[in-house]
Design a protein around this ligand. Sequence first.
Ligand code: COA
Length: 530
Amino acid sequence: MTIVTSGLDTSAPEYAARRAAMLARLGELADEHAKAVAGGGPKYVERHRARGKLLARERIELLLDPDSPFLELSPLAAWGTEYPVGASVVTGIGVVEGVACVINANDPTVRGGASNPWTLRKSLRAADIALRNRLPLINLVESGGADLPAQKEIFIPGGQVFRDLTRLSAAGVPTIALVFGNSTAGGAYVPGMSDHVVMVKDRAKVFLGGPPLVRVATGEEADDESLGGADMHARTSGLADYLAADEHDALRIGRRIVARLNRRRPGPASAPAPPPLYDEDELLGIVPEDLKVPFDPREVVARIVDGSDFDEFKPLYGPSLVTGWAALHGHPIGILANARGVLFGEESRKAAQFIQLADRSRTPLVFLQNTTGYMVGREYERDGIIKHGAMMINAVSNSTVPHITIVMGASYGAGNYGMCGRAYDPRFLFSWPSARSAVMGPAQLAGVLSIVGRAAAEARGQVYDEEADAAMRQAVEAQVEAESLPFFLSGRLYDDGVIDPRDTRTVLGLCLSVIGDAPAEPSGYGVFRM
Ligand code: COA
């Protein structure tokens, strides 16, 4: 055992200040999550209940095994856009009859559950997680289809929802649709493309065109029930495999379908994993409010891995990046964690070598990000910082083990790429409320714009307007600062959610348990020494 020795002084004033700042941000996070939970607000929630219907989250709760966890994904989707926080759909991973499944539940209290561009992105992300991790996908359907005023953003790309469903099926990943209400037009292809379909009697309405459209198109007079009711589909068209008496019955049938999928269930853990030796609560007091102040990521590692047991790789070489081996809830992992923000050539080479070793031993990688990017300057360019960074980015891109990324603090520049940012396709990516991400820091970005503007004015022979420059800098800094914040980035689906640092071990444990059975062969050459 190699136990991390913590140097965190929990009686120091900095610790108290960092903790207070993190708790304040968590308060803001709770307010934003509450907006997603509130759905369309009291008026629409009450109307929905008065119709005798369950809310999206209630449906999920009844579907899942009692007292099992639900890892909600992208709850802040659409934050900062014209659409309600949550994007009118609830997605996540939960356990049904002992089988981990991806759930996608429309929220009919938000604009009739209609899909806006963010709903689409969120649902596509959920389907991607199902495919990559081979998890059955269960759709809880009740939606007005495309959000009509936004149709230009979703009609054409939205076809992927149905394509993904059938590709999941082709890949042997089961798809299940429980239809609680409206599922019209394109939405009809959700049950249409699913392996297993349940419809709720007198509630499900599944047709390509509703009565008004049929009247306009063909002149035919038809009512909802004869055109696309659950009873008709169960008895006549055959689109429904099961006719549920009510919503509870549909959820019960859904559970029975999963029970009969004959999916391999994870066996009991060989031995209970030892918890970290240090208190997870102390994760609140590690990240400084000012991200320019460095912090030791070993303090984080010590509070998330089993027994705080961490074997560091190359501890004396490239010390701005900490690399090493640990276990988390019994799952072996390799960790890459930024220590002092900047990545130099040594850190890049160390990362590339470490990632290759993880590939050889089939060990999933966890990236703990707090980086301002690769080092710039004449000395570093001459030393080949681009080549060295490229090695690290190459290793991350082509590594065949699963990756999970946690953005703890800064995530700027190409450091975001080398440390497995969203574009590098980690299986999961979560942010802490202290995260910040942009092409560079706001002050640096405004400074670059100012220098470029000054040079351009000089080239034109004009006098540079210093007053306008100061105003521009201030405006750009404020804009980039706002766009670097975790709620904004989560709203755009650049992560899978903003989490409480204290939940990091639990969230990583859930993710590792669902990616566990997706092995792949290591690629290419043997390990290059760097
Ligand atoms: N796009 C945009 N807004 C929509 C919408 C859609 N597809 N479907 C519903 N809404 C809005 C409604 O305009 C209404 O807004 P308001 O309360 O501000 O007036 C709100 O969502 C709730 O709709 P409402 O009709 O009152 O809810 P309902 O529960 O009684 O009925 C539907 C829900 C989905 C059955 C019904 O709204 C409907 O038929 N929508 C159109 C379905 C359709 O043909 N879609 C095209 C698919 S491509």
